[in-house]
Design a protein around this ligand. Structure first.
Ligand SMILES: [Zn+2]
Ligand SMILES: [Zn+2]
Length: 568
């Protein structure tokens, strides 16, 4: 049994333990399901009276008492008839019994507690020692909001106290640097009841988004990408043709205008295809790299919305590269290198996965093999190690997935490079080859940031709000000791602005210590302090966010130093 499997056995056993404790304390409670999750477990229950956060401590205490009793945990197979009698007062378990295939179901026991379960537990309740209940939230039976509302107790368990402590510390750190909290503190963005899940970017937040776009746009231009823009809203027929209607209808927004049905785009791809297909192409034009910073709308359930991490409208750095099969490898290498360069600039570690042919694949096996081969060769040529993810490709082609690891050790899936073997046929896209024949281009779908909103959220948490100099909305703040230095301060500001630096001036009458405090809260990387002495000598004192100082630098030196840093 692998360590991971072991951990999920332990956590699922901890879910039974929480259920046992809850039933002892609140006997009228109906239990539903209690699986292990990626980093813990949950149990969804229907109590007689809703539980409150403060009840968790008592439940946790009772779990420890049950662990101390060290009951053996046993498992047996029983007939469905017997199971129906045992669970006759629990409509959820009765439904589960009906849904389980076969004539028997599993029953686990510990002390006088029993639960419907297919098995996979630790031997005794005493094996479950290092656990913590993490919270209480709402859920629905079978995760369907039309069903009975339930309460979810979430927790985690580890084999050692040390592992549990580390996990709890990481959780606390993550909560401390939650992008929603920092976003408010730094005045970057907000959400309003008038548009649930639709972010509002404030000037400083929008500035950072623009800097991210500017950076990528400049690199793309250098690599010969052409930027396009396609409509937010397109006719229903288009989405039916692209397959989005069939696969994605439940997440799309629709409207009717002049008795014609339209959908708000959930993806940018079909817009690019219409542009490519609009006129004949020669092989000489390929590769054609059509880039779009395209805003898409996807209807997500309100329960899964999470700050900028999960929103209903977001902008993708989408590119569709139309090329020949022969060009596929070099194009993919170029995209891999660009992706690598972008992530490295932010200091992320990168893990790469290659997803291959799924069961529902479209197109010939030969084409798939060729495409997968090209992806593998490109990864090797770019010197990137990867993990093979068998059968995880999309139905229309294989893909490379980039996962970035942030400063708190968490992994986020962001960029993808996807080879499309289907849509050029579907949209009848062609080019004329050097031999004069009509051929289908291969399409590469590529995104590096993925969703700019989500990438921004990841950056906020990764940098803990302290953005690098080039991304800081305000790079330099001028602070004067008294109002006497105001004229000189204005000269300094003008010189910094002239050099293209983002600078502002604390005009309050606060003492210098207060001005420094404010700049620290706003996480401004450079403070330039000006007093009587600095004014007399025509210099400034540079104070960094970490409190270290460089006194007596000339304005010219300050500016050249800042410009160097801004270019990094
Ligand atoms: Zn179980
Ligand atoms: Zn696409």
């Amino acid at each position: 049994m692998s360590a991971e499997k072991n951990l999920s056995v332990l956590r699922h056993s901890a879910a039974h333990l929480v259920a046992q404790a809850v039933l002892e304390m609140y006997p009228e409670t109906l239990l539903t399901i209690g699986p292990a999750t990626q980093d813990g477990f949950f149990y969804d229950i229907l109590p007689q009276v809703s539980l409150k956060e403060e009840d968790l401590e008592k439940i946790e205490q009772r779990m420890h008492e049950l662990a101390d009793k060290n009951f053996p945990i046993t498992h047996e197979e029983i007939s469905k008839d017997i199971a129906r009698k045992i669970f006759n007062d629990n409509r959820f378990k009765l439904q589960l019994i009906d849904e389980i295939p076969g004539e028997t179901v599993g029953l686990s026991r510990q002390g006088d507690f029993y639960d419907l379960c297919r098995g996979g537990h630790v031997d005794r309740t005493g094996d479950i020692r290092h656990f913590k209940l993490l919270g209480l939230s709402g859920s629905y039976w079978k995760a369907d909001k039309n069903n009975q509302a339930l309460q979810r107790i979430t927790g985690t368990a580890f084999f050692t106290q040390e592992d549990l402590d580390t996990y709890v510390k990481q959780k606390e750190e993550a909560a401390l640097y939650d992008h929603r909290r920092i976003g408010k503190q730094l005045n970057l963005f907000s959400f309003h009841e008038e548009g649930p899940g639709f972010p509002f970017f404030h000037p400083k937040g929008k500035l950072i988004i623009n800097l991210l776009i500017d950076y990528l746009r400049q690199r793309q231009t250098e690599l010969g990408y052409k930027e396009i823009a396609t409509p937010i809203m397109l006719s229903d027929e288009l989405w039916k043709r692209s397959g989005h209607y069939a696969h994605y209808k439940d997440n799309m927004y629709f409207c009717t205008i002049d008795e014609r049905e339209y959908a708000i785009k959930p993806m940018n791809c079909p817009g690019s295809f219409l542009i490519f297909g609009e006129r004949p192409h020669s092989y000489r034009e390929l590769p054609l790299k059509l880039a779009e910073f395209g805003t898409v709308h996807r209807h997500e359930l309100s329960g899964v919305l999470h700050g900028l991490m999960r929103v209903r409208a977001f902008t993708q750095d989408d590119t569709h590269i139309f090329c020949t099969f022969e060009q596929l490898e070099e194009q993919i290498i170029e995209v891999i290198n660009l992706t690598h360069e972008v992530y490295t600039r932010f200091g992320f570690k990168i893990n790469v996965g290659l997803s291959t042919r799924p069961a529902n694949a479209m197109g010939s096996e030969t084409a798939w093999d060729q495409a997968i081969d090209a992806l593998k060769k490109s990864l090797v040529a770019a010197g990137i190690a990867y993990v093979l993810q068998p059968n995880e490709g999309a139905f229309y082609g294989p893909k490379i997935e980039f996962k970035i690891q942030d400063s708190m050790g968490r992994e986020w899936q962001c960029g993808t490079i996807q080879v499309d073997l289907f849509q050029s046929e579907n949209f009848d896209l062609t080019y004329v080859s050097s031999a004069g024949t009509k051929e289908r281009p291969v399409i590469i779908h590529r995104a590096i940031y993925g969703s700019l909103e989500r990438f921004f959220a990841i950056l906020i948490e990764h940098f803990k709000g302290q953005f690098p100099f080039w991304l800081s909305p305000v790079q330099i703040r001028i602070l004067t000791i008294t109002d006497d230095q105001k004229e000189y301060a204005l000269q300094c500001i003008a010189a910094c602005q002239e050099a293209g630096l983002r600078v502002d001036f604390d005009r309050t009458s606060d003492p210098i210590s207060g001005k420094i405090k404010t700049a620290q809260i706003e996480k401004i990387p450079w403070m330039v302090v000006i007093g009587k002495k600095e004014m007399q000598h025509g210099t400034v004192t540079l104070r960094y966010a970490d409190g270290t100082q460089e006194p007596n630098i000339s304005l010219a030196d300050l500016i050249s130093k800042a410009k160097r840093l801004a270019a990094q």
